[in-house]
Design a protein around this ligand. Sequence first.
Ligand code: SAM
Length: 288
Amino acid sequence: MTHGTKLPFLTTGDGSLTFFSAEFGQAFHNLSGAAQEALEKFVRPCRLDRLPLERDPLQPIHILDICFGLGYNSGIALETLWQVRPNFPVRVMGLERSPEVPRQAWQAGVGSHWSFRQTWQQWIEQGSWQSEQWQGELLWGDARQTLLQVPLGWADAVFLDPFSPSVCPELWTVEFLRAVAERMRPQGYLATYSCAASVRAALQEAGLHIGSTPPLGRPWPGTVASPQSQDLPPLSDMEWEHLKTRAAVPYRDPTLQEGRSEIRLRRQQEQQGSLLESTSVWKRRWHQ
Ligand SMILES: C[S@@+](CC[C@H](N)C(=O)[O-])C[C@H]1O[C@@H](n2cnc3c(N)ncnc32)[C@H](O)[C@@H]1O
């Protein structure tokens, strides 16, 4: 997106707005509700509505927001945390390719009713915010590179929110997710809206355990993942069997620099040589 190009926006089912990306051919959010999606698919699965009650305030909560976009996931995380325990110290690192997205979102009114709106505005405009209560850094550029600036073992919560795997495969590969997993605390959680078998298999290959989060605005669930296996909401038999089909062949990007078409082609070739069950057989078995 070039500087100054206005992103077209849409109003979602809960009244919050989102943008539409011509490049990816997708809206930035589930149209049933952008704000609701942030809360139900990202903030709650990462347990940020509970963590401040369990954590010593001398140890700030660390949030890694991959594909910061309009900023809903981080903004609603901060609102939720401080409703549960006011002023609890938080650090946020947001990775986003285009500074225009959060800036235009702020200008269109996203965040205008948040209690911390003034500091939010400074963060969005300057890319960095520091106070006793919270610190924020926005790292602009391709998340495959900016992620490397996040310290190892740092994140309590990771929001993984790229456009879908078929249009943005570079942010769903085993190698990228392994680098993300290395930046999580041992008790941390990663949440994503996607339940694609390729994504879940990549999370497993990256060394994480996976669970299923409730559907919202569409029939399929999301995914929560963690280095530890306790307390993860279980997958159904149908979901486990999906991971034994060819749909579960993950995307790969060994150099973390490949183009989309190379990444897609590598997966197609791996699927063609795979002995896994065909996904259409699985679909028929489960009447999908
Ligand atoms: C689905 S939207 C994210 C919505 C966002 N989480 C929110 O709450 O508003 C995907 C975002 O990924 C960004 N993006 C696309 N490719 C990227 C890349 N390689 N690295 C970093 N950000 C990228 C887009 O600019 C877009 O803002």
